[in-house]
Design a protein around this ligand. Structure first.
Ligand SMILES: [Zn+2]
Length: 134
């Protein structure tokens, strides 16, 4: 293997081993691709839209994803999350439903989340532009 690739993968491995034992770093950013309000990218951290800085429920939702990553490990979490996404889509992805449930979202928004966020029915956030790249 190319030594630079080996160095990169080795560094990522060590970084992941450290990160998965820690609380997630949280970064605030002007916008997030796809119209999301927040996103968890293991092993790097949680990214939240600047306008949602005071939104504790959104942060709680993303922390559930961080805990899922810690529970399953980087590779298994990514593999299982995307398998769920392919099979059930975003709204019915069991990882997303767990995050909605544990962050205190309304029962009627657990599986109808996109519509709830767009219409302002959800407790987590209101964003009429939510998931515009789906
Ligand atoms: Zn989520």
């Amino acid at each position: 293997m190319n030594p630079l690739i080996s160095l990169f993968l080795g560094t990522l491995y060590v970084y992941n081993e450290i990160q998965k034992t820690k609380e997630p770093p949280v970064y605030y950013t002007e916008r997030i691709v796809g119209g999301f309000n927040g996103i968890t990218i293991p092993p790097f951290g949680i990214f939240i839209k600047e306008s949602e800085r005071e939104n504790q429920m959104l942060l709680d939702h993303e922390i559930v994803h961080w805990n899922q990553y810690q529970r399953e490990g980087l590779f298994n979490f990514l593999k299982n999350y995307y398998a769920e996404h392919r099979e059930n889509g975003y709204d019915n992805n069991s990882y997303e439903i767990e995050a909605r449930l544990l962050s205190g979202e309304k029962i009627q928004c657990l599986k109808n989340y996109t519509n709830c966020i767009k219409s302002g029915t959800a407790l987590t956030a209101h964003n009429s532009n939510f998931r515009h790249l789906q």
